[in-house]
Design a protein around this ligand. Structure first.
Ligand SMILES: [Zn+2]
Length: 161
């Protein structure tokens, strides 16, 4: 999917058709939208010049977005699944192409998310340059951002009021 730079995952119902997005695929758990017009040119230009991979700010934004998606997975699950059933969360590592799925229960994810600077990632997806591992299970790692990255994670926290 990410071989199309203008395509993005969104939670069903979160398509923004007024922003020039068109729905290209619909699945039970997510919808794939494709940017059109000016926005599409912009994302394609950014991706092709490699700016996405190099620009720290955009990476952080991406992680914040994934956190938001995960928050919604968790919200929806509240009414559907008991606490001890494993759910699929998106890997929150800083690789913009990563579409890895992390299996964690809602209680586990809730514990991780109670700290704004903590993210859940697949083993091997940690970035020792900006974070350190605070918890390790056979399904995922919990990493904690350090320094500037931690500050940005707090700023971008979807739970911040
Ligand atoms: Zn990852």
């Amino acid at each position: 999917m990410r071989s199309h730079p203008a395509r993005f995952f969104v939670v069903p119902g979160h398509e923004d058709l007024t922003a020039g997005e068109v729905v290209v695929e619909q699945h039970g758990r997510f919808t794939v939208v494709e940017k059109q017009g000016e926005e599409r040119e912009l994302v394609e230009r950014v991706t092709h010049t490699g700016l996405v991979a190099r620009c720290h700010a955009i990476l952080e934004r991406n992680e914040a977005l994934f956190k938001e998606v995960n928050e919604r997975i968790q919200d929806v699950s509240t009414t559907l699944a008991p606490d001890d059933v494993p759910l699929e969360f998106l890997c929150e590592c800083d690789d913009p192409d990563c579409v890895g799925k992390v299996s964690a229960t809602r209680a586990e994810y809730e514990a991780i998310r109670s700290v704004a600077t903590q993210f859940v990632v697949l083993a091997g997806h940690e970035d020792p340059g900006v974070e350190h591992v605070v918890q390790q299970t056979n399904r995922f790692l919990v990493v904690e951002k350090e320094g500037e990255a931690a500050h940005e994670a707090q700023e971008d926290d979807p739970r911040k009021t």
